[in-house]
Design a protein around this ligand. Structure first.
Ligand code: PEP
Length: 256
């Protein structure tokens, strides 16, 4: 039985005071609802400068901390970059890799994402690996091909034991930040397909344990239907994670 997992991607938002406040609101909301916390794994992924602040606010709670990216080297002459060792050192348990904004705005390739995933896993982080098709790719009926390529490319060379520390996030690019979420049927089709690819590449046991999150305009209103799909194991939440009330409602939907 896979546990539901709801993670907030704060992207390039908040300031130190707001990050502390938002993390505190999530911690307090979960403390008031122990049944949700028991059923749903929760994490927040603030911008790099606020990781330490948020780590402090999450202390003693069950809410995990994640970074939004990392470099593939542990240290060295990489001005402006943050290594997986640093993310781990500041208290991160997770790192988001391959987010569509990094693929499409920063030009990250599957090969680079794969390098980062290997480094993150080597240094003890759990990887939230994002995959997803653009609108044009969906309209050209290339969704499953794109998912297969991004999954294969991102996980290339990983062992079965390493795959136990990978969480997938299916995030259709056309649904991110647009208010147009995938339908539950579209999400289920993509998630079931990704699980079948995981079974083909890493075996049925890895596939059956793999958490696959849905991301893309997931909000309290559509969360119950999306999170009820058999292969949807939770959500990666952008906009709605900046509002603790909305984020907690999505967690509540995951706990049903
Ligand atoms: C995201 O950025 O991962 C995301 C899913 O954003 P939103 O929820 O705002 O669509």
């Amino acid at each position: 039985m896979r546990k539901k997992f709801v993670a907030g991607n704060w992207k390039m938002n908040t300031d130190a005071a707001r990050a502390r406040e938002l993390a505190g609101q999530v911690v307090a909301g979960l403390a008031a609802q122990p049944a949700w916390a028991a059923k749903v794994q929760v994490a927040v992924c603030p911008p790099f400068p606020y990781l330490a602040t948020v780590a402090e606010a999450l202390k003693g709670s069950s809410v995990g901390l994640g970074a939004q990216n990392c470099h593939h080297e542990a240290a060295g002459a990489f001005t402006g970059e943050v290594s997986p060792v640093m993310a781990k050192d500041v208290g991160c348990h997770y790192v988001i890799l391959g987010h569509s904004e990094r693929r499409h705005k920063m030009g990250e390739t599957d090969a680079q994402i794969n390098q980062k995933a290997k480094a993150a896993l080597q240094h003890g982080l759990t990887v939230i690996l994002c995959v997803g098709e653009t609108l044009a790719e969906r309209q050209e009926q290339r969704t499953l091909k794109v998912l297969e390529e991004q999954f294969h490319g991102g996980c290339l060379g990983l062992g079965k034991d390493q795959m136990a520390k990978v969480v997938l996030a299916y995030e259709p690019v056309w649904a991110i930040g647009t208010g147009h979420n995938a339908t539950p049927e579209q999400a289920q089709e993509a998630h079931a397909f990704l699980r079948s690819r995981a079974a083909a590449e890493f075996g049925p046991e890895v596939a059956s344990r793999l958490q696959i999150l849905y991301g893309g305009s997931l909000v309290p209103d559509n969360a119950p239907q999306l999170l009820a799909q058999p292969d949807v194991d939770g959500g990666l939440i952008g906009g709605a994670s900046l509002d603790a009330g909305k984020f907690l409602k999505i967690i509540e939907a995951g706990a049903r």
